[in-house]
Write a protein that binds this ligand. Structure first.
Ligand SMILES: *[C@@H]1O[C@H](CO)[C@@H](O)[C@H](O)[C@H]1NC(C)=O
Ligand SMILES: *[C@@H]1O[C@H](CO)[C@@H](O)[C@H](O)[C@H]1NC(C)=O
Ligand SMILES: *[C@@H]1O[C@H](CO)[C@@H](O)[C@H](O)[C@H]1NC(C)=O
Ligand SMILES: [Cu+2]
Length: 659
């Protein structure tokens, strides 16, 4: 009987799990059903119905944690524009083949949803039927067929803009002739403002005939390079003769000592959930990160002139990092031992669904590094091996490679590598000596300025260290004057637990920052926790607090914020980021000053990079990296790798490369 019951139970569990994990992204079929339902609703009567976001309506945490005993209904959250209004629509997808619109509310607050790719493409084509633009291009002696235009968000500057209240985008253009690198050849001085709802040009400016930078030296394609060539590293590949150390089961990844759920969102890109680490001493998996993803990417440029002042981009909230995720190249973007995963996103006017092949890769990193070692007569060394989830978003000119690395030591390391092409400005100058003191950029090629700017990449990390109720502890190192003995000074540690959100935002300094679970202790009584370790990229914004872009991204004055968990607070610059005013951002939420001690809390970490461009960044930028680590601190009772055996001598394949 008992055996039969267990078999029955297993069957039930299998059936439930076959239906997928509650945090799985919407499938192509679910995306289509959500869109079709809205198309079949009265909203379809608006000829302008467009889908700006379609994604999983994330089930409440208790429902996710109750899975697979019970499964929450599958729901979609949709942001659509129809008849000039922004609609927030919740759709139930749980009934087979059908579905139901649960609610449809019009959003009337500040800001607009992320742009669709369709409307950006349509806007960037408008100048080509606009005679003043054709005249500007002709006056510069450029054939119109050589010109290519792209879109730039317009920002928000106090609501006094001529287009205030309307959804507009700026179109600027480049010369695509003679190079694959059109970003290096701006048609400087020409700014086109397009009303996206009316899809028409509402403003046009041609300020000055600056020279278009030459195509020479802008090529980065291997086939276009001429000798002498650069360094040519020998080919190499990571080989795992006994196979991979992790399994992929739907969206669950089970690695050497980590289990996690890997999802994908049109706005955030890769989303990590339920990351749990194996405690070999206790023989159990322990939850660390309930959910983590990129929340916002703020990139303000430092040129206040008429053509450039508005360039203060929110790449996640305005352009959607998931939509801009690029397929990863096997063997170069990811090592030979990687597994690739696709992602589905809603197509532009909702149909068809677009599949991004190789949107994410998962691999084990064997970099030949040491996890721990000691040599004393005997020699003991353990290799560092980690499980990496990688994706890359290409936001126009810039490429952002984002890595989530889960180490056998229990650390989670989050890294970002910035590459791609600088946003450049044409200038009359061709020599650095001609530049004035306040040029807003560096001369990086003839007639080409690399404009100063920042990158602020904010991560939302809902840490649930051994359970949802956590605290944020700041350990200050305080220098002390010695009262007695030969020493005159030393330092000691003063711990302070943040009680409310005002204590939860900090600038990184000598303080050790930890998220602990005060309800769980190690055998010898320390609170279990994870500390934050910075790995470069700790810049904070230097803009004045009353500057408009800074009001919108006011949270970039501090690297670390801790807030009370609220499922509505996911996007650091607000849900509606295009033309946002800063009234719905991380800093504003924090001002509510909720209690954060022994509560479900969310950690926000911003990787910040001030970028003073240099010649090596041209014509394409060698990756600049930054990141941070969440490192177990009194989480395990001892070094979790103590019983890890050293790598045994593997039977390597007979590989002709060796000879
Ligand atoms: C929605 O409207 C379009 C025209 O705007 C029409 O072609 C289409 O059939 C409509 N779809 C539904 C499901 O009513
Ligand atoms: C977390 O704390 C809240 C009170 O703030 C309490 O109601 C809840 O039971 C706690 N949850 C756990 C899992 O300890
Ligand atoms: C590799 O294989 C070739 C033939 O397949 C053999 O001649 C050679 O001895 C092998 N080398 C090693 C190192 O096993
Ligand atoms: Cu940069």
């Amino acid at each position: 009987m008992a055996l039969n019951f267990l078999l029955f139970l297993r069957l039930v569990l299998t059936l439930v799990s076959a239906a997928g994990h509650p945090l799985d992204p919407l499938t192509a079929d679910e995306l289509t059903r959500a869109i079709d339902l809205i198309r079949a609703s009265p909203l379809n009567s608006s000829s302008s119905l467009a889908f700006h976001y379609v994604g999983l309506d994330e089930p409440p945490k208790p429902a996710v944690l109750a899975w697979p005993r019970s499964a929450p209904p599958r729901r979609a959250f949709v942001i659509a524009r129809a008849g000039g209004a922004t609609h927030e629509i919740h759709v139930d997808l749980s009934s087979d083949g059908g579905g139901l619109i649960l609610s449809d509310t019009v959003y009337r607050g500040a800001g607009f949803p992320t742009f669709t790719i369709d409307e950006q493409v349509a806007a960037s084509k408008l100048p080509f039927q606009y005679p003043p633009f054709e005249a500007s291009v002709a006056r510069r002696g450029i054939p119109l067929s050589d010109v290519l235009c792209t879109t730039f968000s317009v920002g928000w500057f106090g609501g006094e803009e001529r287009w205030a209240g309307r959804r507009v985008i700026v179109v600027q253009c480049f010369v695509a002739a003679g190079t694959a690198n059109f970003y290096a050849r701006p048609v400087e001085g020409v700014t086109v403002v397009v009303d996206l709802d009316a899809m028409e040009i509402v403003e046009y400016e041609d300020r000055e005939d600056l020279p278009v930078p030459k195509a020479e030296g802008t090529e980065y394609r291997a086939a276009e390079q001429r000798p002498p060539f650069g360094p040519e590293p020998k080919p190499g590949a990571v080989v795992q003769p006994e196979g991979r150390g992790f399994q992929v089961d739907g969206h669950m990844i089970r690695g050497t000592n980590w289990e996690l759920h890997l999802s994908f969102d049109a706005r955030a890109g890769a989303v990590i959930s339920l990351a749990s680490v194996k405690d070999s001493d206790k023989g159990v998996f322990r939850l660390v990160l309930y959910r983590g993803h990129v929340s916002e990417l703020f990139v303000p440029y430092m040129d206040p002139s008429a053509d450039w002042y508005f360039k203060t981009f929110f790449d996640a909230g305005e352009f959607a990092l998931g939509l801009l995720t690029a397929p990863l190249e096997p063997f170069t973007d990811c090592p030979a031992n990687a597994v690739f995963m696709d992602a589905d996103v809603a197509g532009v006017d909702g149909s068809p669904v677009r599949n991004i092949p190789n949107a994410m890769c998962v691999f084990e990193r064997y970099a030949g590094d040491v996890a721990w070692r000691h040599t004393e007569v005997i020699t003991e060394v353990r290799p560092e091996v980690s499980l990496v989830v990688r994706s890359a978003a290409v936001v126009g000119n810039y490429d952002y490679v984002i890595d989530w690395e889960f180490k056998t030591t229990g650390s989670i390391k989050i890294g970002v590598a910035l590459s791609g092409i600088l946003e450049v400005k044409a200038t009359y100058y061709s020599h650095a000596d001609e530049l004035s003191g306040d040029a807003h950029g560096s001369l990086i090629a003839g007639n080409t300025l690399g404009v100063y700017h920042d990158h602020f990449l904010t991560f939302r990390l809902d840490l649930d260290v051994d359970g949802p109720n956590n605290s944020f502890v700041k350990s200050r190192l305080r220098p002390v004057r010695a009262a007695a003995g030969p020493r005159r000074s030393y330092w000691t540690v003063e711990k302070e637990t943040a009680r409310r959100e005002t204590d939860g935002s900090v600038e990184l300094d000598a303080t050790e920052l930890m998220v602990v679970n005060p309800n769980r202790r190690t055998r010898i009584g320390n609170e279990v926790g994870y500390k934050i370790v910075s790995h470069g990229g700790t810049a904070t914004s230097l803009l004045d607090d009353d500057d408009y872009p800074q009001q919108r991204a006011s949270y970039t004055k501090r690297q670390v914020w801790v807030t009370a968990y609220d499922e509505a607070e996911k996007w650091a610059a607000g849900l509606y980021t295009d033309q946002s005013t800063g009234d719905d951002n991380l800093a504003a939420w924090s001002q509510r000053n909720r209690e954060i001690e022994n509560k479900d809390i969310v950690l926000w970490y911003t990787v910040g990079i001030h970028h003073v461009p240099c010649q090596e960044d041209f014509p394409v930028m060698p990756a600049v990296t930054g990141g941070f680590e969440l490192r177990p601190t009194n989480f395990f009772d001892r070094n979790p790798l103590i019983r890890t055996r050293p790598n045994k001598q593997a039977t390597w394949p007979n590989c002709s490369l060796i000879n």
